[in-house]
Design a protein around this ligand. Structure first.
Ligand SMILES: *Cc1c(COP(=O)(O)O)cnc(C)c1O
Length: 386
């Protein structure tokens, strides 16, 4: 690709040979996804791996990620709601799928018809699954062991398990699993939740419900608390190559970050010292300088809190967002750097390849890596490499 020099007169011209790269691009590394599943498979041995692909695969594309994960040895898929599960079935995925978060008015007919396992947190949900479809509905009973969110409250376990035993006896449901979700508050709290789950398993058995699959751990406990792996782990963030821990990097876990987020330089201009940049004039150039305009903004999920803080990489050089991030665009002061219209801008990717880490954006935006990747907006084109 020929390089234009950074002169204002040419700033609106697209660079030659630049037409194949879209303005907003998320490159998803499916080999990375497969690596990450294999790393976890090796760690957990006989324990099954559920690939969690809710929220469109944490922004990476649910169908493509699910296929890659299954190729790499995951045996289950997990999503939040039944609609997400139906989309996977519609794409031809036949692995078992569990959906655990439901519309209060959900009928579960399409779930049962499409062999989607339903996580149930109440007798009402259990009855709704039993009433749905013609085949016995497959359920995983979800118990609250201390997180205080989804899952049946302890005082309701006896009634829930007893009704599940009756409905299973009548052939209207099949209890496939019993599960819970951890708070990750600390190891001792997580161990206390594991003991609660053990009590739920014992109580269910005492009324004749003995589901074959007991599951508790998501990514964090999969790595940190081996005793929580049980029959299956539900692998989300780690599959995307990101660490759930503040104090441990992806690379230290053997994981490869699978998303590289790219924009393009859409204009460059040379400006004098003390030039103000973007809304509110929160940034001024220190000396004569070159400003690169990048065609990404908060409408694309680029957090506005990254203004004046977050890193970008252009032509192998790191710069910082300069001034406020706007809806569709932001500026990077590249000083005397060689930057031309059409140049690729990497916001984050794999630090092993020299890219800023998504955690740098998360820190700049006072949030976590999960939120940054999941909020990537619909104007991004996703391209897959394998
Ligand atoms: C999202 C989710 C997971 C995956 O969590 P990660 O921390 O991303 O691995 C597992 N289980 C449940 C119930 C979830 O909602």
């Amino acid at each position: 690709m020929s390089k234009q020099s950074a002169v204002p007169a040419a700033s609106a011209q697209p660079a030659a040979g630049s037409t194949t790269q879209p303005l907003r691009l998320a490159v998803i590394d499916l080999a990375g996804i497969r690596n990450n599943v294999q790393v976890v498979k090796k760690l957990v041995g006989e324990t099954e791996v559920m690939a969690v692909v809710k929220a469109d695969g944490y922004g990476h594309g649910a169908v493509e990620v699910a296929r890659a994960a299954l190729e790499a040895g995951a045996t289950w898929l997990g999503v939040a709601d039944v609609d997400e599960a139906l989309a996977l079935r519609a794409a031809g995925l036949q692995a078992p799928i569990l959906a655990w978060l439901h519309d209060p008015a959900a009928s579960f007919d399409s779930a049962v018809r499409n062999s989607i396992d339903v996580g149930v947190s109440s007798v009402a949900q259990l009855e709704a699954v039993a009433a749905a479809g013609s085949a016995p509905g497959r359920v995983h009973i979800k118990v609250d062991t201390g997180l205080g969110r989804n899952g049946a409250e302890r005082s309701t376990w006896q009634a829930l398990f007893t009704r599940a035993a009756e409905l299973q006896g009548e052939g209207r449901i099949e209890v496939v699993g019993l599960f819970s979700h951890l708070s990750n508050a600390n190891d001792s709290e997580d161990r206390a939740q594991l003991r609660q789950l053990d009590e739920a398993v014992a109580l269910a058995a005492s009324v004749g419900v003995e589901p074959p699959i007991i599951h508790l751990a998501a990514t964090a406990a999969t790595f940190r608390l081996p005793e929580t792996r049980l029959s299956m782990v539900r692998l989300g963030i780690g599959m995307y190559g990101l660490s759930p821990f503040d104090d441990v990097t992806s690379a230290e876990l053997g994981l490869i970050p699978a998303m590289r987020l790219e924009g393009r330089v859409i204009a460059v201009k040379r400006v004098p010292a003390d030039s103000a940049v973007s809304y509110g004039y929160t940034y001024r150039t220190a000396g004569e300088s070159t400003l690169a305009l990048v065609g990404l903004g908060y409408a694309d999920g680029i957090p506005r809190l990254g203004s004046n803080r977050a890193p970008v990489l252009i032509n192998g050089q790191r710069y910082r967002v300069s001034g406020r991030i706007a809806m569709d665009q932001f500026v990077a002061d590249v000083h005397d750097g060689e930057v031309a219209v059409g140049d690729r801008v990497v916001l984050f990717g794999d630090p092993a390849a020299g890219h800023p880490a998504v955690e740098e954006w998360a820190q700049a935006a006072e949030t976590i890596n999960y939120e940054v990747v999941t909020r990537i907006g619909p104007r991004f084109e996703r391209r897959y490499t394998s």
